[in-house]
Ligand binder design. Structure first.
Ligand code: DC
Length: 223
């Protein structure tokens, strides 16, 4: 059984940046579960399925064989034999992922893969329901959040750095809509686990957040 660190929180809170660094510090594997939901959303979109077609989502999701591999420490998401890392980071795929991830069949499809990875490795796993549903016995649970404005600014900066034009107000609206969907869905909604430590990164730098999480880890695991 591996040592498990669960990091949950809303879109754009910096989970993946932080989780990657924490994993590197501890020589753990980083598992980005959002990327798995994005790969599924990408697959559904490629099948011509729309977000409101829940029956079609439940049926078609069975055709997506998703796995992950690691290359130079980087997580590669494989969808039906192909590396999809380069195509899943768009707003369209993110918004579809937020909708299709509310479907119980989609969640069931990905739950096993996530638990298997955590059972056999030391992992830092980030997502929405890791501390509450996927790994309820994780040694360390963090709920990482920031204000919608801060999160929108960070997302806009990411797009700018990639040379992608974006509208920060639109990003902020999308973030608020995604929070609402992710927090209010029936199955595995985003919420802070009772035993999770809350970290609000609105006024914190990356290293400060990483150190805060490492501090929690040392207190809980190495004490
Ligand atoms: O973290 P992200 O933006 O890459 O996630 C994309 C969507 O996937 C998010 O809006 C909700 C969904 N998701 C989920 O439902 N459960 C997870 N464990 C991870 C992501």
């Amino acid at each position: 059984m591996g040592c498990n660190i669960a990091i949950d929180g809303p879109a754009g809170a910096g989970k993946s940046t932080i989780a990657k660094k924490v994993a590197k510090e501890l020589s753990f594997i980083y598992v980005d579960t959002g990327a798995m939901y994005r790969a599924m959303a990408y697959y559904l979109l490629s099948q011509g399925i729309k977000g409101d077609e829940q029956e079609a989502i439940a049926e078609k999701c069975q055709g997506a064989d998703i796995s992950i591999e690691y290359k130079d420490g980087e997580q590669i998401v494989i969808l039906n034999g192909e590396n999809v890392n380069g195509v899943i980071r768009t707003e369209e795929v993110g918004n579809m992922a937020s909708v299709s991830s509310a479907n119980p069949k989609v969640r069931e499809h990905l739950l096993k893969l996530q638990r298997t990875l955590a059972a056999s490795n030391d992992v830092v796993m980030d997502g929405r329901d890791i501390g509450t549903t996927i790994l309820p016995d994780a040694e360390v649970k963090i709920y990482l959040t920031a204000s919608p404005e801060t999160r929108a600014k960070r997302r806009a900066l990411e797009y700018e750095q990639k040379g992608i034009a974006c509208d920060i107000n639109q990003i902020c609206q999308d973030i608020v809509a995604r929070d609402l969907r992710d927090m209010n869905r029936e199955i595995s909604p985003l919420k802070q686990a009772e035993d999770a430590v809350l970290v609000d990164s609105s006024e914190m730098g990356i290293d400060e957040v990483v150190n805060a999480i490492l501090h929690v880890y040392r207190q809980k695991v190495q004490a």
